[in-house]
Design a protein around this ligand. Structure first.
Ligand code: UD1
Length: 418
């Protein structure tokens, strides 16, 4: 099993280019079922994307990967389509469940494995199924699979989500793309990745509008079969490297981003004391010596993202006083805490809130990665800690961070994979 060894307290300097967004790519790949030929650029070549590619190939799409260009060509020639997403592919990557909406609406049926729980929480799919049922799908759960049918196609409807879910909103949009009539999705998620899916579907001829937390989709009559798309930057990767730069940086340029999309994150980081100079498509993170405590609550966009909670916590171990982070999205997303404590962090958890006392001198240790974002928080802790940190189970990191070691090593950091 691969591990990472990090030599702490090195100075980060130079430029880090941010990759395309994994979470924007996944629903867009699920939407490629609708086009005959799609060219997708700025795809991050991470494990979750390869799993999605494998799933689309299993379904019957033909995919060419151009690794050097970070692009894909996806062809659906409508031959030998298999409307099945098997357990082995969905269990390692929950976003596989997104093909449920696109397959069902296009082919009238889909059988998709239930993803099951994962380390950060139970993560049910009831809201996904709620939306599809509203659109007229008949749904059964059998032998661990969701079996969905809409023999005469799906029909537009009003879907009002009882709570906000990114994945359920995406599945509802995908399903409504090919439904007859008009669909209104209320109380939807409005993450930038949702807006990116809307842009992609518009290029495919969809008539979709987003206003506040309501999406309106009118029956798609004008079908476009070939499409080109450039994936937006990964805002969580960007946030992670901004925090790395705040911790040990001496002038780091975070490049290939759109700072407007990071409004909340930058607001919070500035409050903590991170010195940031904004440019049009990059950010310059200046050297920081002292940080201030803060209280935050993770929320759906435009709130502070749960996917940056673990990374922010590492920064707060270096802040003066006791900071509070309340995790409102997932019930079990503090698994990095015991590992950070092994490195000397002073953190207490009470109900959904972590109390982080700082500043603390972190020291390198052997630690265990438990999920994607928790893993990268241990990398950040390793960067700022004294001596060496050894991170086990780094396959979690490979699911979502493209070329992490290369990007950091190119900026004077020492990380080695063994
Ligand atoms: C997506 C992101 C993930 C991020 C999360 C929240 C992708 C591939 N993943 O995950 O990185 O952390 O958004 O921003 O884009 N819920 C239900 N029933 C459902 C669906 C969700 O109760 O049917 C709950 C979840 O358990 C969770 C909350 O809703 O407590 C939000 O989850 P959701 O927004 O659906 O997250 P994902 O789409 O799985």
């Amino acid at each position: 099993m691969q591990k990472l060894i990090i030599t702490g307290k090195r100075e980060l300097k130079g430029k880090i280019s941010i990759s395309g967004s994994k979470n924007a790519s996944l629903p867009i790949l699920a939407a490629c079922v609708f086009s005959n030929k799609a060219k997708i650029k700025n795809i991050p070549l991470v494990k979750d994307i390869f799993t999605m590619i494998e799933l689309l190939e299993f379904i019957g799409l033909k995919i060419k990967i151009f690794k050097k260009q970070n692009s894909l060509e996806i062809i659906n020639n409508e031959r030998k389509i298999n409307t099945l997403a098997p357990y082995r592919l969905v269990k390692t990557m929950r976003a596989g469940v997104l093909v449920l909406g696109s397959l069902l609406t296009k082919y009238g049926k889909a059988k998709v494995s239930l993803p099951g729980g994962c380390a950060i929480g139970t993560r049910p799919v009831d809201l996904h199924l709620f939306a599809l049922k509203k659109l007229g799908a008949k749904i059964k759960i059998k032998n661990g699979y969701i079996i969905a049918e809409a023999k005469k196609g799906l029909k537009g409807a009003v879907i009002k989500f009882p709570s906000i879910s990114v994945g359920a909103t995406e599945n509802a949009i995908l399903a409504a793309f090919n439904a007859k009539g008009k669909t209104i999705i209320k109380n939807c998620a409005v993450e930038p990745e949702i807006k990116e899916l809307i842009i992609f579907l518009k290029k495919l001829g969809a008539n979709i509008t987003l206003s506040g937390r309501t999406i309106t989709i009118i029956e798609n009559l004008q079908k476009v079969s070939e499409i080109n798309h450039d994936i937006m930057f990964d805002r969580i990767e960007a946030g992670t490297y901004i925090i790395a730069s705040a911790l040990i940086g001496k002038k780091v340029l975070i490049d290939k981003i759109n700072p407007k999309i990071l409004k909340k994150e930058l607001e919070i980081l500035k409050k903590v004391g991170v010195k940031i100079k904004k440019n049009r498509s990059s950010l310059l993170i200046l050297e920081n010596k002292k940080f201030k405590k803060i209280n935050i609550v993770t929320k759906p966009y435009p709130g502070f993202p749960t996917d940056l909670q673990a990374q922010l916590m590492v920064l707060l171990t270096q802040a003066d006083g006791v900071s509070k982070i309340k995790e409102e999205i997932f019930e079990n997303r503090f698994m990095h805490v015991p590992e950070l404590k092994r490195m000397g962090a002073k953190i207490k958890i009470k109900n959904k809130t972590a109390y982080i006392e700082g500043p603390t001198n972190l020291t390198g240790a052997e630690v265990m990665a438990t999920d994607l974002r928790a893993s990268v928080s241990l990398v950040l802790a390793g960067l700022v800690a004294e001596n060496r940190t050894l991170i086990n189970r780094i396959y979690h990191l490979d699911r979502g961070y493209e070329a992490l070691e290369n990007k950091l090593n190119a900026c004077n950091v020492k990380i080695k994979r063994i």
